[in-house]
Ligand binder design. Structure first.
Ligand code: PLP
Length: 352
């Protein structure tokens, strides 16, 4: 071992879903939206003045923060934007979880929470979901360094209503509670309406899923202005210019087109319900997902085999081999009707 190696930061990194470079494939493995971003995004992209790239972007991301503040009817000082919600969440962990007490998040949830906790040396505990993959709220009725919940949860897809979130907030008034709402637009109700009543609540959302813009990397959080100030101070201590010129201009357009957004969501939710019906006919059990993916387990065929069989046909889905509680489940993104039909055909030929 070289002398300097003892000073390295050694971390177990997050492993993102695969991004295969194939011309034809059905990509149902990273919960991307199968439909394009709003038409205004394309227009703004065409009209974007490349000369602007000479200049640093607005460090305050004012136009995008303003568009989101208008959309959610909050103040600009209650909004923070970042390079995808991963950036926002990472920054939030760094900003708000500096207690010696462990933070709490479920044993089955977005696996990045554990990675940030390790990276920033934040102690954590992971209370187990119950047998039907529901969060046991009593597990969060104790002293901690903070709470992080994805709602709907990932990869289970299960949504808890705002009464549940309020109950968690009632029992955790001395720490920051982060609610990660990456999937909330697919059938849940946002906790943003609670931020004025709970000054310790931070709600995180993203443009990657419901707004079809995973490639642009835009995420945001909404909360009390004092929390937003703290997270901004941390951002300015790390990188003042996180948001590039294009994301700022184009992000605004994605927020403007509410009609397109609603239509896109409706199509995906309808296809999700059809997918659950079809998968059940093929011998799967599925959770009651309120997201753009289904979480499904076959009665006989192991998940790893199904995943391999599908991959050979250039259909990509995801599994979670390292977690024994869910290692036999597949997480399948809801694609277009045609894509899902191809998936059903491939599975039917294999299991029937
Ligand atoms: C996709 C996802 C994110 C991160 O999305 P970004 O692309 O970084 O905005 C965060 N949390 C959950 C639960 C997700 O599924």
């Amino acid at each position: 071992m070289r002398a300097w190696e003892k000073n390295f930061r050694k971390v177990e990194p997050y492993v993102p879903g695969e991004q295969p470079k194939l011309d034809t494939m059905i990509k149902l493995n990273t919960n991307e939206n199968p439909y394009p971003p709003a038409p205004g995004v394309l227009q703004a992209m065409k009209e974007f003045d490349v000369d602007k790239l000479r200049l640093y972007p607005d460090d305050k991301s004012d136009i995008l923060v303003g568009a989101l503040a208008d959309y959610y009817q909050v103040d600009k000082n209650q909004v923070f934007v970042g390079v995808g919600s991963d950036d926002v969440l990472g920054m939030a962990f760094l900003s708000f979880f500096n207690s010696d007490k462990p933070i709490l998040f479920p044993d089955i949830t977005y696996s990045f929470y554990q990675v940030w906790a390790n990276l920033y040396k934040i102690p954590y505990e992971t209370p187990a979901l119950d047998d039907s993959f529901r969060i046991k709220k009593e597990d969060y009725y104790k002293e901690s360094g903070g709470v992080v919940l994805a709602n709907p949860n990932a990869p289970t897809g299960i949504y808890e209503d705002l009464t549940f979130i309020e109950d968690i907030l009632q029992h955790n008034q001395d720490v920051i509670v982060i609610v990660d709402e990456a999937y909330v637009d697919f059938g849940g109700k946002s906790a943003i309406e609670l931020i004025d009543r709970y000054e310790n609540l931070l709600v995180v959302q993203t443009f990657s899923k419901a707004r079809s813009m995973a490639g642009m990397r835009i995420g945001y959080c909404i909360g009390n202005k004092d929390l937003i100030k703290v997270i901004n101070d941390v951002k300015y201590s790390y990188n003042s210019y996180t948001m590039n010129q294009t994301s700022l201009y184009i992000g605004v357009e994605a927020v403007k087109d509410e009609a397109y957004f609603r239509e896109n969501l409706a199509k995906i939710m309808e296809e999700r319900e059809r997918t659950i019906v079809e998968l059940k006919k093929l011998g799967f059990t599925c959770t009651d997902s309120k997201t753009n993916f289904v979480f499904a387990k076959h009665k006989t065929a192991p998940a790893a085999e199904l995943l391999e069989m599908l991959r050979e046909q250039n259909i990509f889905v995801r599994n979670f081999a390292s977690n024994p509680r869910i290692s036999n489940y597949l997480r399948i993104t809801v694609g277009t009707r045609e894509e899902m039909d191809s998936l059903f055909t491939a599975i039917r030929e294999y299991v029937m």
